[in-house]
Design a protein around this ligand. Sequence first.
Ligand code: LRH
Ligand code: MN
Length: 388
Amino acid sequence: MADREAVKQALRAQKIELPSWAFGNTGTRFKVFAQPGVPRTPQEKIADAAQVHKYTGVAPSVAVHIPWDKVDDYRELAAFAADAGTAIGTVNANVFQDDDYKLGSVANPDPAVRRKALDHLLDCVDIMDATGSRDLKLWFADGTNYPGQDDIRARQDRLAEALHTVYQRLGPDQRMLLEYKLFEPSFYTTDVPDWGTSLLHCLALGPQAAVVVDTGHHAPGTNIEFIVAILLRAGRLGGFDFNSRFYADDDLMVGAADPFQLFRILYEVTAAGALGPEAGIAFMLDQCHNIEPKIPAQIRSVMNVQEATAKALLIDTEALATAQQNGDVLGANAVLMDAYNTDVRPLLAQLREDMGLEPDPIAAYHRSGYGEKITADRIGGTPASWGS
Ligand code: LRH
Ligand code: MN
């Protein structure tokens, strides 16, 4: 049986990074719905992210996205985050929202466009130097929409060249995380469509390059935990962009659409002993709260990751190993399902009290009146959203 205190210790050490863009207005191509009290500045996004950490105790950093979180002084922004009780985490580059990038950014046939994209990526490393961030996360919308539109291998050469230049610029403690995505906004080829392509580039670059698994970026039916196990075994799992989906890249709350899948993914992480901060896996959320209130949704999402993690940590690994060794198919599956079917909410409520927090973070947040306050205060200005 798993040692309850050891499980609580591991949960207490968990660190889940929040996406600044989840606090802004988001939507689909059909509509971006405006919500009251939405942040207008990177500082207000960080203040909202700090609320999630205040009530969960396990979300001590916020990932930024450039230029959505562009400021004049990133050292000052990092100091602001520290004062707010959080920290600037992963720096996300953005080479997917400029007209010049219609045919791609670093894989574009036009060398001038490639240079422009490369300069932005290098600027993001400068920002990391200022914020003290470890990770540069790269996701490229680059791809093609029609067969023949461009040369698949030539685009890989262009991509590799840009990644190499950025990799050379990294400091000794900095990492490059390369995120893959099956499709969208490109609909025929995507230049980094799957874990294999990302891994090949990371292996070619060096040990400071690793793969990001965004749980919404796979074909329906993909066994994501298998990919996670393979990348962990290769020592190249850099992190997760957690969210959930019913169909495509829906960016819904992690665990909302498929809590059992999240459990299976975290089981592979715990089984590999890779849950602790020392393993270097970045557990990040990457979500859009198109219709639901954003701060409570982020708190709920962090709780969903905690619940799946707690269930994975409660697996009786000895009984599982014995059943697996004996070829006891049903026995082995039952060990896993027993853990999955365990109600871990009392354990997590107890853990929060041990951490000096309220047992129910969402109720505590609502009792704080913070939501009403920002709705009253944040009048005027331009609410943050995809575009800005
Ligand atoms: C692309 C993606 C990527 C981000 C963006 C906000 O779909 O997952 O991680 O840069 O969403
Ligand atoms: Mn992502």
